[in-house]
Design a protein around this ligand. Sequence first.
Ligand SMILES: Cc1ncc(COP(=O)(O)O)c(C=O)c1O
Length: 387
Amino acid sequence: MGRAATRVAGMGTTIFAEMSALAARTGSVNLGQGFPDVDGPPEVITAAVDALEHGANQYAPGLGVPALRAAVAAHQQRHYGIELDPDREVLVTTGCTEAIAAAILGLVDPGDEVVVLEPYYDSYPAMIEFAGGVRRPVTLRAPDFALDAEELRAAVSPRTRMILLNNPHNPTGRVLTREELQAVADVAIEHDLLVVTDEVYEHLTFDGRAHLPMATLPGMAERTLTLSSAGKSYSFTGWKVGWATGPADLVAATMGAKQWLTYTSGAPLQPAVAVALDEHPDFPVRLAGELQQGRDRLVSGLREAGLTAYSPEGTYFATTDARELGWTSGLEFCLALSERAGVVAIPMQVFHDSPAGDTLVRWAFCKRTEVLDEAVRRVTAADLTVG
Ligand SMILES: Cc1ncc(COP(=O)(O)O)c(C=O)c1O
């Protein structure tokens, strides 16, 4: 990194790249990075092939192709009753990752404070730093990872510009309740804050729990920018088609940054994602059912192997705590897990400023049954106590 700018050099490599490299080196079962090992609907792949073969190969419009903007607006209407003007209130991005980057760069000035749930998705602190902002974490703590309204209030100052929410929450798997979301809304309205909410796991909730978008709470639509993508809902994480929706001025500010990042996103994949949203609304429902089974398989297997495991309410991820096995560092535990058991998971301390995540470890269960069973078999056979 000798020639890198300090803004990049200071941040190191993402933990996912490091742990995936570790998995490759040690021949481990990789439950680190969150991607499924079964693709989304074949008809959607066919739609992408059709688009490639029939001329969707030049720059798409900056805001996104009209069919996808209309499909995103229809999706928000169908699922949540949110009305959007697809020409002014929907922006297509290169994955939710670009939506996060563009929203933060477009809405946060140097010195602005951003309240963010901790543990955080690792692009949030990176982008807040790129924007010159300051993060103010509010910690979700094991075992229930509830949002403490008092802690949220205490994190707000006169310099706060934005609350950056993630619900359903990666990595804890928490799905916030109406009361918790109302606490966020109360604070946002009282202090006139923007809310940017990353809802990429909106459809991946379990046990009949419904996802409640922040923008549907009274008084919140006008101050909330909602981000999502096709990656998780349709098992196409490699496609990187995402979107930002909300008030026209917030969408325009996000576009203001996006135009200098990518200007436009992949043309042939956009009509295909429109097909996914319009014609395959049941796919995410089925996927959530399968993920719930994967969750149960992994969580019960890890518990039987002697780990303290928390059963998540949504997302791809379960959390364990290595403390009971004598560890004081989740990273040390993960290195031993790879060496002794041949399984890779992600230490959650890297997603925290506080020590709350020091011994927590994230395991992805968005994998085929055989893969989960093999991981559990390996964990069960290994001695994972400290030392
Ligand atoms: C909370 C969260 N936001 C955003 C993303 C990235 O989404 P995309 O692949 O659409 O860029 C992920 C992927 O892991 C995520 O977990």
